[in-house]
Design a protein around this ligand. Structure first.
Ligand SMILES: *[C@@H]1O[C@H](CO)[C@@H](O)[C@H](O)[C@H]1NC(C)=O
Ligand SMILES: *[C@@H]1O[C@H](CO)[C@@H](O)[C@H](O)[C@H]1NC(C)=O
Ligand SMILES: *[C@@H]1O[C@H](CO)[C@@H](O)[C@H](O)[C@H]1NC(C)=O
Ligand SMILES: *[C@@H]1O[C@H](CO)[C@@H](O)[C@H](O)[C@H]1NC(C)=O
Length: 360
């Protein structure tokens, strides 16, 4: 059924591209133009299909339902409506790939891939063909195209969707520059995050992220954000900005990674516990509390969106020890807000508490 619909769409857009059809159409149009009526009536033969989408980026958050608005109309208005086919698809970040999201023709709708069961067409008003996406996932951010095809005309518009979240640099226990692109994707996933996009890193840089190690981004480029130019970090001659090494080999080249974690539904907290714990004891203690040891992405999200502020370093699921600071204090490290890291201490050491995560 889906393939049928898609096939129908494809074949229809192909038909409108056939030379025979084109000749027919243009013959009528040039006929109108030849009249060269000074009132421009000759051009009325040419009906334009206009697709409208919002210019500004839409913001939403993980788990939410969002509607990507799209409307169309004809200029000049048509007396009798034409049947239209709608196609929504998503563009890859570098613009070279497309993924079908939904196609619709009359009452028949069809969703594809991960969007099955999560998307529907909203047609609350005449000529509205908005796309509703339910239960937003981290991967859903990006550019969507809304295309309206009526057999004679077609038009399309772009909608840009961003998720609220926080970007953080990540290094695995093995140290700096150890991850190829595929391992970087896995590393972010294990922290309840995804590899950040350039837009996400750029926004984080605007908000002050400064990191002197280069990391993978979603499009397999490698970049790093600098807000203060300095000697050990590209030198004083280079202006602040997001600096790029360009595209790198996904398997052969190794860097850190920038992950993107979305605002959480659940809660991250420092476990009140009489003693400091080893890593294994920390995991157990969270479970006894009806929770799980928190992941790095969850700690960053709680710091950024729930204002988690605590001067006690605690274990996290990846074996690192960190603590989140919202209101800096001289007795609590550097005088800037942030999530501080002690790296990956000896798992047997009893110097740290633990941060737990309880989903809601
Ligand atoms: C083109 O002109 C012919 C005859 O004048 C008409 O029958 C046909 O509907 C026109 N086609 C379009 C696309 O307007
Ligand atoms: C249309 O007519 C106007 C005035 O009658 C003339 O100046 C113009 O060159 C004409 N254009 C074409 C495309 O024939
Ligand atoms: C999203 O829509 C679905 C179906 O209409 C509904 O069950 C769900 O509660 C909605 N979720 C939110 C977060 O509004
Ligand atoms: C663009 O991105 C897609 C998906 O992320 C990837 O498969 C493709 O190789 C990329 N193309 C270029 C030219 O980078």
């Amino acid at each position: 059924m889906c393939l049928l619909l898609l096939g129908l769409l494809l074949s229809l857009s192909c038909i409108s591209g056939l030379p025979f059809y084109n000749g027919f159409y243009y013959a009528n149009r040039s006929h109108g133009q030849n009249l060269n009526n000074s009132h421009g009536k000759g051009l009325l033969d040419r009906v334009k299909l206009v697709v409208e989408t919002p210019e500004e980026t839409l913001f939403s958050h993980r788990g939410a339902n969002v509607t990507l608005p799209c409307r169309y109309h004809y200029e000049p208005a048509l007396v009798s409506p034409r049947r239209v086919r709608i196609k929504w698809w998503k563009l890859s970040e570098n613009g070279t790939l497309e993924w079908d999201v939904l196609v619709a023709f009359g009452l028949r709708h069809c969703a594809f891939g991960d969007y099955q069961g999560r998307v529907r067409l909203r047609q609350d008003e005449a000529r509205e063909v908005s796309l509703e996406i339910q239960d937003l996932r981290l991967e859903d951010h990006g550019r969507y195209r809304c295309e309206v095809i009526d057999g004679l005309e077609d038009g399309s518009g772009l909608v840009e969707l961003e998720l609220r979240g926080v970007v953080f640099p990540y290094q695995p226990p093995q140290g700096r520059y150890q991850l190829n692109f595929h391992e970087a994707q896995q590393a972010c996933k294990e922290q309840d995050a995804v590899v950040a996009s350039f837009e996400q890193l750029f926004r984080a840089w605007e908000e002050g992220l400064d990191w002197c190690n280069a990391g993978w981004l979603e499009d397999a480029t490698v970049q790093y954000p600098i807000t203060r130019a300095r000697q050990p970090c590209g030198g004083l001659g280079l202006a602040p900005g997001v600096r790029s090494y360009g595209s790198r080999h996904r398997r052969l080249h190794r860097y850190d990674v920038f992950c993107f974690a979305a605002a959480l539904k659940g809660q991250v907290y420092y476990l009140e516990h009489p003693e400091k714990l080893t890593l294994a004891e920390a995991k157990e203690a969270c479970q006894e509390d009806g929770a799980q040891i928190a992941k790095v992405g969850q700690l960053f999200a709680a710091w950024k969106f729930h204002g988690l502020d605590r001067c006690d370093a605690g274990w996290l699921a990846d074996g690192s020890a960190r603590y989140p600071v919202v209101n800096p204090h001289p007795s609590c490290g550097p005088l800037e807000p942030g999530v501080r890291s002690f790296g990956f201490p000896d798992p047997q050491s009893r110097k740290y508490g633990v941060y737990c995560y309880r989903p809601r």
